[in-house]
Design a protein. Structure first.
Length: 361
């Protein structure tokens, strides 16, 4: 390519950059105008609308013609929307901390980098912060493709009246981290969350047989602990490596390369239909033969796809159980409404935990 052609292309890029900057700022001005209209016309103002954001991201991906991938272009628009929402009203998001956990990464994936994240010490505390209004929304892990359901999250829904308003699917990659003080040939302990150790069990057996595996409350705590230790390593995310200034000794050590964790976004308001939704329900069944069949039959009758069902003890009653069920569709869809109306008379309790957009990214 001649120098003249290269110079021309760079000038075109500069021109496009200028147009992009102008259009992004125009979009931000429109977002500010939307905020003013909401404040003048609505008593209870909702600045974040999960169904609207999901629709925008789906439209972005649908009209994309490359060369950028659909996911890449959607991530760019996610950050633009995040910046615009921060102009309207900065959103605070409670997450299971400390800083550097996968839950924080999921919060940024869903809300963008302009969200204000608030670390909590437990899943219970995330629920309490949102219920009390200390945070606008919360994000909690609910299941992992390798290790299964997060029981603590399901148990919190039994006593909480918060709504599920979104979901996030995050590919989980585990890094073996060391500090500047670590002697690579003298590692005697490896710290990580218990689930993480389980997800890397085969790799650890091959590469670090005989090394003590020490479970901690979080991978971020593991990363923080090794900063001043010479004989230990931690398993955590690349985000934790940056936050705690650690080096990645071995990357992506998880046994399952498709290891994915699903997170739920919780809030105080309901989400409207986005066109591609899920509904999560809690059902406390009667203690009798055929109780589960009574629940499942109306779902099949009305052609409802069930994507997940989990069982938890209905304490303090012995041998009583609560079912957590995920369905395709929104509670305002006629077939789901009819099915739930048929189930209610046959169970002790049926509660809709929320209808929300399916994960886009």
């Amino acid at each position: 390519m001649s120098q003249t052609n290269l110079s021309t292309l760079r000038q075109e890029i500069d021109s496009v950059d200028e147009q992009l900057q102008q259009l992004i700022n125009k979009r931000a001005s429109l977002a500010e105008a939307v905020a003013k209209v909401k404040l003048s016309e609505e008593e209870s103002v909702l600045f974040y609308r999960p169904e609207r954001e999901a629709q925008v991201l789906r439209n972005v991906m649908q009209r994309n013609q490359g060369p950028l991938s659909d996911e890449t272009i959607a991530r760019l628009f996610r950050e633009i929307m995040s910046a615009c929402l921060a102009l309207e009203a900065p959103q605070s998001i409670a997450f299971l901390g400390p800083e550097g956990t996968f839950t924080q990464a999921a919060a940024y994936k869903h809300f963008g980098q302009d969200a204000i994240t608030r670390p909590c010490n437990s899943i219970d505390e995330v629920f309490r912060d949102v219920e009390a209004g200390s945070a606008h929304y919360g994000i909690v892990p609910v299941e992992n493709s390798s290790e299964g359901v997060v029981n603590h999250t399901l148990d919190c829904f039994k006593t909480s009246h918060l709504q599920v308003i979104g979901e996030v699917e995050l590919h989980i990659h585990h890094q073996l981290l060391i500090s500047e003080h670590t002697r690579k040939d003298s590692i005697k302990q490896i710290y990580a969350h218990q689930q993480t150790l389980a997800q890397c069990r085969k790799w650890l057996d091959v590469h670090y047989p005989g090394v003590e595996l020490v479970p901690l409350n979080s991978n971020a705590e593991a990363a923080r602990r090794i900063r001043n230790e010479w004989h230990s390593a931690a398993i955590a995310s690349d985000v934790a490596a940056k936050i705690y200034n650690l080096d990645i000794l071995h990357a992506n050590i998880e046994d399952n390369p498709d290891n994915t964790t699903r997170f739920l976004v919780i809030g105080r308001e309901k989400s409207e239909r986005s066109g591609q939704d899920k509904t999560s329900i809690l059902v406390s069944a009667q203690d009798r033969s055929g109780a589960l069949l009574d629940i499942l039959t109306p779902l099949a009758k009305h052609n409802i796809t069930m994507t997940s069902i989990e069982t938890r003890p209905d304490l303090p009653t012995k041998w009583a159980y609560v079912f957590f069920i995920d369905l395709k569709g929104h509670v305002d869809d006629e077939n789901i409404r009819l099915a739930l109306d048929e189930i209610r008379p046959m169970v002790k309790e049926l509660r809709v935990l929320g209808s929300y957009p399916m994960a886009v990214l």
